[in-house]
Design a protein around this ligand. Structure first.
Ligand code: ADP
Ligand code: MG
Length: 771
């Protein structure tokens, strides 16, 4: 992507600073390690009480550059230093694949630690976290900083030790899950994270945009009759075309009258929409969605009897993640594999909201500029395109578009075979597992051996990708093509034109196409790229079908299925338009997800703050009393009807030994009643040993808060699910969700306060067993 005017200005300024760094390269050369570490200490102290100047940064970068040269034998070049300055400003640096972003990260991490920040370095997967921690981590350690590797499945103590480090490597999910788990602990000491200061995200677009479509979830199991899914599956299998309607674009499916009647007969009920039949209605709709909206090998794969979600952007399976609220179970029933228990959300956060909690954020990736608006809007980060170290030497060709899929297949094979025969390595990109398999079949028929990289074997993706630059190697990959792993060329491959990248579909976003092309032509290597498409391709067909169909019909009539690619320029424009519109549709989906999550985000922050406040409290006495008073004032308020009044009192005082009867209470003023209750509570409290009561109160409060928060979260999910069905006419579902979500939250707060008050009053020193 092209640089903007602003980018050029920024780069010019930083180029001057970078020059100063390179000019001083002998400055630290004679210092031994001990002297460099001393320098680190010196700076750490110095920047405790004063800001870092540009001049400071020049010296710091000079020292880091020297350390990297010594420890890993890499001498950072100008553009890498420029990239590091950009990251230091909390921006996204777009640097092409192979430009050495791993080394760039070193500079920023070191400088942020000197600025007093704890650094989290986020990578696309654990493999990369380990790799980069080893390589770059050792330079940081050489300079006297501590480095940790945060992987999944560790014990609390191990995690705590890791989080003590200055710099911590890990994946977005692992950091996010640690955050969520930290907010479920019962004691402050059990937390592992130590604040969210600075985070540097590698492959930032993949993490902040693509992965951001599925929120992080911690869940347990809900009690539910799982056999119902199988039964509903039988029903949906009998549904005919006239029974239902599907609107693919809006991802909606609904029943016609005929379908409703069929369902009512099947379930033997009078009305599918009656309140008491809500569970059957829900499960029927779920199975309809599973059958008519969810597509195998596009939305999910079935692997060893398990349904796995496919990330629509990367084509990767996402083990451990499940579609929400029964949809996953419905798909399991449809695919006739074991239906697993419905999970209940215990804690959840979107990737966006997790990262927005950091004080400072920066990111690097090969492809970001196309999504600049999104980075700005959601993360408040600008994208700066950093020039490449050497001129890009890749030959990018215009798309070839064929009339039919068959012709496209032939063209792909033609393009691959002649290059293969010369020994040129070829990387073929597909956007789904289905088309990956299709191309694989074509290659096999043509007798071209090839290695396959798709969601079904991504464990070895790094190895496969690393081999892709060998002479005569043909690699077939879904579009993620092993992000973060470098494709190095065999010696003999340079004169054959380097790595040839052949795209077989335009992807949902230009960014992913660019990412694929970027696998070739790294660091000034020769390279080649071309997309071979057809009028049958899904992208366009899916999105803009009216205009598209008309065009295809006319073109096909006119040219009568020529074997040559479509000559018209219009086809390229149509494809680009479709792609751009898809990009913005997907952006809208993410924005939508975020606006809905913002409602929960506010609530989550309140609850987590409340938890933290409680966890850090030495004594609860005043806190408990405040809640008790609030609840009592509400319950004893005279402005209510007698029976409601009594009912509330019964609920609050039932099972307690409060010495006044209801009749006595009603004769008191509200104030008198409240004071009587508080007085009595004080007396009861005083009968407990101080430590014990404190401990009990805390436990009771946390239990209630956590349990009821989970119930509340579940209600929010249900509300979210149902809101689209209920949003008629002019009502904006988001506004309804915000309003009703806020009401639910108020109720939730009232309820756990009430139960807490009740539990306090129930405490009975006589019944207490100490021990
Ligand atoms: P990126 O993350 O930008 O795709 P990597 O950090 O994986 O790139 O680096 C790609 C390759 O370039 C690695 O093999 C790395 O060792 C090498 N490299 C990085 N910086 C330099 C440098 N300044 N001089 C020489 N090689 C470098
Ligand atoms: Mg990288």
């Amino acid at each position: 992507m092209a640089q903007s005017y602003d980018d050029r200005k920024i780069i010019k300024a930083y180029r001057n600073l970078a020059r100063e760094v390179v000019k001083r390269e002998d400055l630290y050369r004679m210092m031994d390690q001990a002297a460099l570490r001393e320098q680190t200490q010196h700076w750490l102290n110095k920047f405790k009480d004063r800001e870092m100047t540009e001049r400071d940064q020049i010296y710091i970068f000079t020292l880091v550059r020297e350390a990297a040269r010594r420890v890993v034998g890499l001498e950072a070049v100008m553009v890498q230093l420029i990239g590091a300055f950009v990251l230091g400003d909390g921006k996204i640096a777009e640097m092409k694949t192979g430009e050495g972003k791993t080394l760039v990260s070193l500079f920023v991490m070191y400088i942020e630690v000197l600025r007093g920040n704890k650094v989290h370095l986020v990578t696309a997967n654990e493999y990369l976290a380990k790799r980069d921690r080893e390589e770059i981590g050792q330079v940081l350690e050489y300079l006297g900083l501590s480095v940790g590797l945060n992987v999944s499945g560790l014990e609390k103590e191990q995690k705590q030790a890791i989080y003590k480090a200055d710099v911590i490597y890990g994946t977005a999910s692992e950091f996010g899950f640690d955050y969520l788990r930290d907010n479920m602990v019962r004691q402050m000491d059990d937390k592992v994270q130590t604040g969210l200061d600075f985070v540097l995200i590698d492959e930032a677009d993949s993490i902040l945009i693509d992965e951001a479509r599925t929120p992080l979830l911690i869940s347990d199991h809900k009690e539910e009759d799982l056999t119902l899914y199988g039964v509903a599956n039988e029903l949906v299998q009998t549904m005919l075309k006239d029974d239902y309607e599907v609107e693919e674009k809006k991802r909606l499916v609904w029943l016609h009258d005929a379908g409703i009647e069929k369902a009512e007969r099947f379930w033997k009920i009078d009305s599918l929409y009656a309140e008491e039949n809500q569970p059957l209605h829900r499960i029927t709709m779920l199975l309809l969605r599973a059958h008519f909206l969810m597509q195998k090998d596009r939305d999910y794969v079935v692997l060893d009897g398990e349904v796995l979600i496919i990330d629509p952007h990367t084509g990767r399976a996402l083990p451990g993640r499940r579609f929400n609220d029964g949809l996953h179970q419905a798909i399991e029933a449809k695919e006739d594999v074991e239906v697993r228990e419905e999970s209940r959300t215990l804690a959840t956060i979107t990737v966006q909201n997790y990262f927005r909690m950091y004080k400072k954020l920066a990111g690097m990736t090969g492809t970001a500029k196309t999504e600049e608006e999104e980075f700005r809007h959601i993360y408040n980060m600008d994208v700066v395109v950093i020039p490449t170290h050497l001129r890009v030497n890749r030959e990018d060709n215009a798309d070839e578009v064929f009339y039919t899929k068959e012709q496209k297949g032939q063209a792909i094979i033609y393009e691959v075979s002649w290059r293969y025969e010369r020994g040129q390595p070829i990387l073929i990109g597909t956007s789904s597992i289905k088309s990956n398999e299709w191309v694989s079949e074509l290659l096999t028929k043509a007798g071209i051996p090839h290695q396959v990289l798709n969601a079904k074997n991504h464990a070895q993706e790094a190895e496969i990708i690393a081999r892709a630059g060998k002479k005569g190697m043909v690699t077939l990959a879904t579009n993620m093509a092993g992000r973060g792993t470098d494709i190095k060329l065999d010696k003999g491959v340079y004169k054959l034109g380097g790595l040839a990248v052949i795209g077989t579909e335009r992807h949902e976003s230009r960014r992913i196409d660019l990412q694929l092309m970027g696998r070739s032509g790294r660091r000034g290597d020769p390279g080649f790229s071309k997309f071979i498409l057809s009028l049958d391709d899904e992208l366009i067909d899916h999105f803009d079908n009216k205009r598209w169909e008309k065009y295809v019909r006319r073109t096909q009539q006119k040219y009568n299925f020529d074997d040559k690619p479509v000559g018209s320029r219009k086809v390229h424009q149509l494809i680009l338009d479709a792609q751009k519109r898809l990009e913005s549709a997907n952006y809208d989906i993410r924005k939508d997800l975020l606006s809905y999550d913002e409602v929960i985000d506010i609530q989550r922050k309140k609850v987590y703050e409340e938890r933290d406040r409680l966890l850090s409290m030495e004594k609860l006495g005043a806190f408990s009393e405040r809640i008790l008073r609030e609840v009592a004032e509400h319950v004893f308020a005279p402005s209510q009807e007698q029976d409601v009044h009594f009912e509330r009192m019964a609920e609050l005082l039932g099972g307690t030994k409060f010495p006044f009867s209801f009749d006595q209470v009603t004769l008191m003023s509200k104030r008198e009643a409240v004071e009587a209750l508080i007085d009595w509570h004080h007396k009861q409290r005083a009968k407990f040993p101080a430590d014990t009561i404190h401990h009990i109160e805390k436990e009771v409060y946390l239990n209630l808060l956590d349990q009821m928060w989970v119930v509340h979260l579940d209600q929010m999910v249900q509300l979210r699910e149902g809101i689209h069905l209920r949003a008629y006419g002019q009502q904006d579902p988001l506004v309804m969700y915000q309003k009703e979500g806020a009401e639910l939250f108020n109720k939730f707060q009232d309820r756990y306060h009430f139960y807490f008050a009740h539990a306090l009053l129930e405490l009975d020193p006589e019944g207490l067993v100490v021990g």
